[in-house]
Each structure stands twice: as structure tokens, then as C-alpha cells.
Design a protein around this ligand. Structure first.
Ligand SMILES: Cc1ncc(COP(=O)(O)O)c(C=O)c1O
Length: 398
């Protein structure tokens, strides 16, 4: 049989990160590519005890569940959201298979194929895959260290009439940047004026290195769920473990109901066991202490990578130290193509994600994303040395 694939999937590019992860399976390969949390910091014992408590209560965790998700977990999450000035009730929340599914479903209920989506330049790679699969056109607004530049967003809004804005305002992937409060307010106002919902994707907001710093979410600045401008999504992937595949979306109850309908078509509901384990975990384990512990460790790993890179004395290579999240964004010498550099780096035994993957159009090729949370100590040192060597050889040749 000759299969004829839909035009939507034929045009789909496989995730560069996943492709690189395949390349990096070898033991000696040091990967700064994946957005992987530190395995040794997973709360294994607490998850095991939570799972034991789930099964001690009976067998309901093995049954089908509600499309909207396990109610006790939604109630617990509503309390956690309220602590961040995001006031919602369980009808204004749905649990999803990772926040990736929340993005996918929100986009599918709010857009038609052919619509335009506004994003930040650069932006999260797998959101670009969602937009491509759903037949959307992407326009990307310029951004700087304070976030999206409102004047450029306005220009694109006038020119393309986008249906929605997708953004990661706090410790963005790939840049690690945080939008200033002023920019947050301006973008919120702009989207309100133009009747454009915002999908605020916030997987990293809790992973901050200076715990006293506050970065209000767009959702909290908007101050309302019903008929609000912002649909917010987050996840347990970075704070507990990605394998539990549990994320959530909050917002207007009418939108959440539509998302639930779309989710029935996609997978009926997300894993009941995972949700019940997380619910038990939240009642028997101090997740906030755990988040403080991993944030401290990640802050140290970021500093470690920063110092090691600095020590290499690489000419025309710069980065801004992130205040949280999992990534360091490198700007390489003008004219250096990080896609080509990757091939040389992999031969030396180190991998990263070339920045071009995060641009919907006109990629800035001399950029690279490095993850600092997965490796530590000798491996980070060796990885940075290999990378510096590859950059040195590359620039000497060109
Ligand atoms: C910006 C952003 N959004 C969403 C996700 C999806 O996370 P998950 O589906 O594991 O919740 C990620 C994962 O790396 C991410 O970086």
C-alpha cells in the first residue's frame, strides 16, 4: 500500500530536539540539548509512598476517569493557583496529558486552519509543531531582554490580524528571559483591545533562583477567568517529574468546556493513576520545599555552566545569565551557523539545540540553546570544553 499522508503532516518537521536526543544515546555523548530535569533530584521515595497510598485506598485509580481530570487534584491546584493570585474554581480548570496537550487543545478550539498566531521571536519549538499540524500561519514579534516589543506586536496585529498570542513570559524556552511587568501590562492591554486571547504557557515560573523575586503571571494581571483575556497552562513536568504527564489549563469555563470536548476526541482523559498519585503527593509531601530544593540546585548548575563558559574566553560569544528556568541562550559570532557547528560538536561528543529550531521564520542562525539542569560537575565541565573546542575550530576555519 502506498500511503498518502495529509498535507498537514507531510509538511511537519520532526522535532530537532528529539532527533538530537536520538543522536546522543551513546554513553560518552554529553547532551545539553534536551530540556531534561535532573533525574537524581526526582522525589522518588515520595512518589512511591503516594502511589502506595493510592492503592491502599482501593482500585479506583485503575478505572476510567473524568475528562476534566481527578476532582481532588483540581481542587488542590486551585489552591496553589490562588496563592499566585490566580483565582479559579475546578470548572475553570482541566487536567491534560502534559501542558503540551493543553497548548494543542486550546489552539484547536480557538483557531481554524489558515488562521494566524502571534508568537515571540524565538519561541518554544513544540508549540511551532502544534501550529504547523493545525495548519496555522505563525508571525513572530521581535523581543528583547524585557520581552516582546509591543510596537512590533502591534505592527503584526494590524498587518495579519492574528487569532491569538502564544507566549512563555517567565523564563522562556529557549531564551530563559523574563518579561518585565510593564511589558506584561502592555501586551495584555494590546491583546484586550484587539480581542485576541493569550495562551500563557508557564512551565518554568516556579523554577526561580532568587526566591524573593515575583513575576506576576499575565493571568493574575488580567485578574479574571470568566471572559478573561488569558488562558493559562502549567505542568508538574519540571517540578515533580515529566513521566507523570500531568499538566493543566485554566481560564473561562466556556473555553474549558470546549477543551474538554476536544479532549474526549483526543484521549477521553489523562492517566487516572498519575493524577491520583499527584493528588496524594500534594497532601503528604511539601512540594514547595521540593521546588526550593531543585531551584537552588538548578541555580548552582547555571552558575557552574556560566563560569565554565566564561573561563573558555570565547571571542564574540555572549549570553545573559537567566534568573530561572532550565536554559542558557548563546549568541555565537556573526555568520556562525549553529546547525553546522552541531555536526562538529557531536563528533567531539557534545550536543546542544541550534537556535534556528525556535524561529518560525528568518532564523537567527548564530544562536544555540544549552540546558544546564541535567548534567553537573565533571560532565558539564567536559561538555563545555568540547563545545569550546568545536567553536574554536569552526571559527578558525571560517
Ligand atoms: C515552554 C514549554 N511549554 C510546554 C512544555 C511541555 O511540557 P509538558 O508537556 O511536559 O508539560 C515544555 C516542555 O519542555 C516547554 O518547554
Amino acid at each position: 500500500m502506498d500511503y498518502r499522508f495529509s498535507s498537514r503532516v507531510s509538511q511537519l518537521k520532526s522535532s530537532v530536539v528529539r532527533d538530537i536526543l536520538k543522536l546522543t544515546q551513546g554513553k560518552d555523548m554529553i547532551s545539553f540539548a534536551g530540556g531534561l530535569p535532573a533525574e537524581e533530584l526526582f522525589p522518588v521515595q515520595a512518589v512511591k509512598e503516594a502511589a502506595d497510598r493510592v492503592f491502599a485506598e482501593g482500585s479506583s485509580a485503575l478505572q476510567y476517569g473524568l475528562t476534566e481530570g481527578h476532582l481532588p487534584l483540581r481542587e488542590q491546584l486551585c489552591e496553589r493557583m490562588a496563592a499566585k493570585q490566580m483565582i479559579v474554581n475546578p470548572e475553570q480548570m482541566i487536567l491534560t496529558t502534559g501542558s503540551q496537550q493543553a497548548i494543542d487543545l486550546l489552539v484547536s478550539v480557538l483557531t481554524e486552519p489558515g488562521d494566524v498566531v502571534l508568537v515571540e521571536k524565538p519561541t518554544y519549538l513544540a508549540s511551532l509543531q502544534v501550529f504547523a499540524l493545525q495548519g496555522l500561519k505563525v508571525v513572530a514579534a521581535e523581543s528583547d531582554e524585557h520581552g516582546i516589543i509591543p510596537e512590533d506586536a502591534l505592527r503584526l496585529i494590524r498587518e495579519h490580524r492574528p487569532k491569538l498570542l502564544y507566549a512563555v513570559p517567565t523564563f522562556g524556552n529557549p531564551t530563559g528571559r523574563v518579561w518585565s511587568v510593564e511589558r506584561r501590562r502592555k501586551l495584555l492591554e494590546l491583546c484586550k483591545q484587539h480581542q485576541m486571547p493569550i495562551i500563557e504557557d508557564d512551565p518554568y515560573g516556579d523554577i526561580k533562583f532568587e526566591t524573593s523575586e515575583r513575576f506576576p503571571t499575565l493571568f493574575s494581571l488580567d485578574g479574571r477567568a470568566e471572559k478573561g483575556t488569558v488562558l493559562y497552562t502549567s505542568t508538574f513536568s519540571k517540578t515533580v517529574a515529566p513521566a507523570l504527564r500531568t499538566g493543566w489549563a485554566i481560564g473561562d469555563s466556556g473555553v474549558i468546556r470546549m477543551v474538554a470536548k476536544a479532549k474526549q476526541a483526543a484521549d477521553l482523559h489523562s492517566s487516572t493513576i498519575d493524577q491520583q498519585i499527584l493528588s496524594q503527593l500534594l497532601s503528604g509531601f511539601n512540594l514547595d520545599d521540593h521546588i526550593r530544593l531543585i531551584s537552588k540546585a538548578y541555580g548552582e548548575r547555571m552558575m557552574e555552566m556560566h563560569e565554565l563558559l566564561k573561563r573558555q574566553g570565547l571571542r564574540d560569544v555572549s549570553w545573559v545569565m537567566p534568573k530561572g528556568g532550565m536554559f542558557l541562550w548563546l549568541e555565537l559570532p556573526d555568520g556562525l551557523d549553529a546547525d553546522a557547528l552541531l555536526r562538529g560538536s557531536v563528533r567531539k561528543g557534545v550536543a546542544f539545540v541550534p537556535g534556528s529550531a525556535f524561529f518560525a521564520e528568518q532564523p537567527q542562525r548564530n544562536t544555540a540553546r544549552l540546558n544546564y539542569t541535567y548534567n553537573t560537575g565533571a560532565r558539564t565541565k567536559l561538555g563545555v570544553e568540547r563545545l569550546a573546542e568545536a567553536i574554536g575550530e569552526f571559527t578558525a576555519r571560517s
